[in-house]
Write a protein that binds this ligand. Structure first.
Ligand code: G4P
Ligand code: MG
Length: 186
């Protein structure tokens, strides 16, 4: 259903990241640093640090500037300054919550590549299976989505005004999925 929403609790975010961290380690990728794209990537990055303990650099990229005005393209609202030198020759694990149009992610990858890291791998909670506005450059060889989803709106727990209601809606969604014989994803 087009208006259906995917409710995701903190608990689910934690489990998805734990599972993905295992896959990243298994795949042989051993990052030197984590770069989190804010704000959606901040909480996932901190959870990831529990399983892959590396320093986290935070960057803020948004369609909205600090003046809250909507822009045509993603813009930097906060960036790595004095530490950008430290990305040279490093293996970077870039993390965000969702790969939707890919505009923010691809923009961030492009900027980070200018610091000549050895490699950038991309980790996201959800990849929406849809036509992307932009593709990643060929330098991106490792891409780790915790889940592939159809083009539906995802409700993240950090956006919830009532977290108990949010959790209840996730449970209700799981029950519906079970009844419909759909596979549960955690
Ligand atoms: P992409 O590179 O990750 O595909 O991001 P894109 O520029 O297409 O996304 C624009 C904004 O829309 C991003 O927020 C992204 O997090 C948000 N977004 C896209 N799909 C969903 C969804 O299904 N659910 C929710 N909750 N958000 C979605 P942003 O400008 O980076 O803001 P922030 O919330 O990360 O601070
Ligand atoms: Mg985001």
């Amino acid at each position: 259903m087009a208006e259906e929403k995917l409710y995701v609790s903190y608990n689910t975010v934690h489990k998805l990241i734990k599972k993905l961290a295992g896959k990243i380690i298994e795949s042989g990728f051993d990052p030197d640093v984590i770069v989190a794209i804010g704000s959606g990537g901040f909480i996932p990055a901190r959870i990831l640090k529990t399983f892959i303990n590396r320093p986290i650099y935070a960057v803020g990229i948004s369609y909205y500037g600090i003046d809250h005005k909507h822009r045509e393209h993603p813009t930097k609202i906060q960036w790595i300054d004095e530490v950008q030198e430290q990305l040279k020759g490093k293996k970077v694990l870039l993390i965000d919550e969702v790969d939707d149009t890919r505009a923010t992610l691809a923009y961030c990858v492009g900027e980070l590549l200018s610091y000549q890291p050895e490699e950038i791998a991309v980790l996201i909670l959800h990849n929406k299976l849809k036509q992307k506005d932009v593709e990643f450059p060929p330098e991106i060889k490792r891409y780790y989505p915790a889940m592939e989803v159809e083009d539906i709106w995802i409700k993240y727990p950090w956006d919830a005004e009532d977290i108990d209601e949010h959790e209840r809606l996730e449970k209700e969604m799981f029950e519906r999925m079970k009844k419909d014989g759909k596979e549960l994803f955690i």
